[in-house]
Design a protein around this ligand. Sequence first.
Ligand SMILES: Nc1ncnc2c1ncn2[C@@H]1O[C@H](COP(=O)(O)OP(=O)(O)O)[C@@H](O)[C@H]1O
Ligand SMILES: [Mg+2]
Length: 463
Amino acid sequence: MAGRNMKTTGGTVQVDLGSLNPKQKLFCQSRTRYTAYGGARGGGKTHVLRVKAYGGALTFPGIRILIVRKEYPELEQNIILPMRKMIPPELASYNGQMRMLFFVNGSTIKFGHYGPRDDDEYQGIEYDWIFMEEATQFTERQFRILGADLRGVNDIPKRMYLTCNPGGIGHLWVKRLFVDREYRDGEDGKDYTFIHATVEDNPQLMKASPEYVQMLELMPEDVRRAWRYGDWNALAGTFFPEFRKETHVVAPFLRIPAEWRKYRVFDYGLDMFACLWIAQDFEGRSYVYREVQQSGLIVSEAARLALDLTPAHEQISCTIAPPDMWNRQKDSGKSMAELFAENGLGLLKASNNRIQGWMALKEMLKPLKSEKDKPGLLVTEDCTGLIRNLPVIQHDEKNPSDCATEPHDITHICDALRYYAVTRTLGAEMAVPVSDEDEEEGMSYDAAMTGGEMTETYLMFGD
Ligand SMILES: Nc1ncnc2c1ncn2[C@@H]1O[C@H](COP(=O)(O)OP(=O)(O)O)[C@@H](O)[C@H]1O
Ligand SMILES: [Mg+2]
């Protein structure tokens, strides 16, 4: 990138922005509303973000720029401090309290950290350019809140620049918008540009630290594919690396054998009703053969949907649901399980022990009998939501045995599968009953099946 001259009261200052590699140049030249620079770790993302923001402040006097990152320490270390070093004091002064750079030409760069509870701080503010560093650490909602801030009455083009690596809670929306380019109503593909960079695109790093590339070579395969090549299908940190389309996804059934046991299992909230239909063959292998995900359904609508999608000839052994369905509602005094039962859907209560549930599910994803055998759980290819969401669910940052509970719109369907896995696996341990202190004793199986409290201890597994 060429140098720039800038007039100050003390004379003209020559600014050297250094040179950029070809991918970084493409990023800087992009003219769409949203541009993401993505891929490998060490691909020169943060570097080009700093240069582009600095260049923008010089090119458009009076521009309002925001740079956000999830956590403050990284923002300060990787962006604020290097930028302050880069920019001569004659050109801009830094206000530490406001975390803002004030340029002599009237431009400003504001540095902000944007955690899960900071929506209010970013709502309804105007910026010309917004930079999201490590965009996959943000939710789609945060991205859209920031997008709404791109406005103002001046002539400066309104743009958002994102840097991103595969993995993280925002993996799915970044991949959808920039990599897969699947657009929903109100989104226009013309607004989105993606520049894919690998470590090889950053010759400075290859030269300065060849050992970094060697270190990447030693990583497990999926981690390496994501970190070195920026492969969006090979996720670093995915919670279910054992789930592979090649092994776990099969063609839909023409007709499921009538003799196989069939189950419905769901997770329910107003934000999402996610329901799966699962059949079990005589070897004990499970097939997820139907799914539905819909938001905004009240109980009666959710029950109707589940029943309507079940053909009359299909015998369902039981419908499994999470234990919070049995909580009494404050207003009606009834539980949702009762409401489901009133609407024709009797429920069986699953354990909500997350760790046990995920372990049970991981166990089912393994080959069933011998190493060469098919897995214990298969999914038919028409269950696109489950196939999309299961591989992108991430490890919880604090508890590696659990997975992240965000973003919510992808976890519900995985939770439904977990309720099935835990009920099946622990159900098989009937001989060793586990009591649950929270549960009342003394209700019959039938009562439970019609919406009452499920107290058969072999089906309960304490949290
Ligand atoms: N165009 C460039 N000129 C000089 N150094 C660069 C350039 N691009 C990247 N670097 C350096 O390469 C290293 C990795 O780049 P960085 O931007 O931190 O990568 P990323 O954010 O993609 O992980 C850093 O030391 C950075 O300063
Ligand atoms: Mg970086």
